[in-house]
Design a protein around this ligand. Structure first.
Ligand code: SAM
Length: 304
């Protein structure tokens, strides 16, 4: 059935629906996840295919043994915590893994008993829905712009930016070499190399890149990966180099929250003369699997 026939059929069904049920039917069409399978856009399908590829190249926790600090910090959390990468594992995949016994949403309070409590999950990547929100709702038209993802890890932001925006260049800077290799493989396989570049480096060595960037994305880059003194040094470096007036900074969590946790360390930069927050509308409907609480962690600032 072509578009015009399908549309006529839908209109006929609506005209035959009892008037008291019409609003309910339209609301179901707009919001029910029964229709999710029909709403998968082409870009999302490509991102899902990349996630499928990457899942095969990584252990379940999607961390390399070389990430000793991140592994230790995860283990030190007061509640049992597991890294579940939100780009690789959506809610549905986590549910299937739990059913197969490969993952658990709960931990046992007294070993062997049925008294359980929910595990804490953290993700070191944006989910596909968060990427859609970021590039389609948070950021303006990026034509001609240079976007830099600080700590690009699996490359999720780079692929999302390639597919959901018209940014001229997307550059990922990642300190862990194994992740840079994975990004390079993906960029080559999917033919993204005309607009995506990867740099294996500490962001603190990239002054010129920061000076030229129009958009800087920082998804919880430092908390799990650097000691507080190094985190302060990195924030200082960024605040001294990312200075193009009108440039945009996206952070998770808010920069205030990230810097607050470092207050006991000397040299935390002041942001009042550097950045101004841009209020975001978090109520937009995306896919039903978008977690409103995680969207609210995304904050946008302009360099003043
Ligand atoms: C939470 S992940 C962010 C992933 C990705 N940007 C996203 O949103 O999907 C943070 C990444 O930053 C990297 N990283 C930490 N400190 C860094 C630094 N100083 N320079 C470059 N990368 C860094 C870590 O290796 C890690 O892969």
């Amino acid at each position: 059935m072509n578009f015009s026939d399908a549309k006529d059929n839908i209109l006929q069904i609506l005209s035959r629906t009892d008037s008291q049920d019409l609003t309910k039917l339209i609301s179901w069409m707009k919001h029910s996840d029964d229709l999710d399978n029909y709403l998968v856009d082409n870009q999302r399908a490509i991102l899902q295919s990349i996630a499928d590829d990457l899942r095969c190249s990584l252990p379940l926790e999607a961390m390399f043994p070389s990430e000793t600090m991140a592994i230790q910090k995860t283990q030190q959390n007061p509640k049992p915590t597991m890294h579940v990468d939100a780009f690789l594992y959506d809610e549905e995949t986590v549910d299937s893994l739990c059913e197969e016994g490969k993952m658990s949403r709960n931990f046992c309070l007294t070993c062997g008993s049925h008294r359980t409590a929910p595990m804490e999950f953290i993700s070191h990547s944006f989910s596909i829905s968060e990427l859609q929100f970021l590039f389609l709702r948070v950021l303006p038209d990026l034509s001609g712009k240079l976007v830099v993802d600080v700590g690009s890890r699996l490359g999720a932001v780079l692929y999302g930016g390639y597919l959901y925006s018209t940014a001229a260049q997307l550059v990922g800077v990642e300190i862990c070499e194994e992740f840079v290799k994975l990004q390079k493989m993906t960029v080559e396989k999917y033919g993204f190399s005309d607009r995506i570049q990867m740099i294996h480096a500490d962001i603190c060595s990239q002054a010129v890149l920061l000076q030229n960037a129009d958009v800087l994305i920082m998804n919880n880059v430092f908390e799990y990966f650097m000691e507080p003194t190094d985190q302060v040094r990195a924030w200082q470096f960024i605040s001294q180099n990312f200075l193009k007036k009108g440039a945009l900074l996206v952070t998770v969590p808010s920069i205030q929250e990230a810097l607050m946790s470092l207050q006991e360390t000397n040299g935390v930069p002041a942001i009042g003369h550097w950045l101004q927050e841009v209020p975001l509308d978090y109520s937009v409907y995306l896919q039903n699997d978008a977690d409103p609480d995680s969207l609210k962690q995304i904050h946008l600032y302009t360099v003043i």
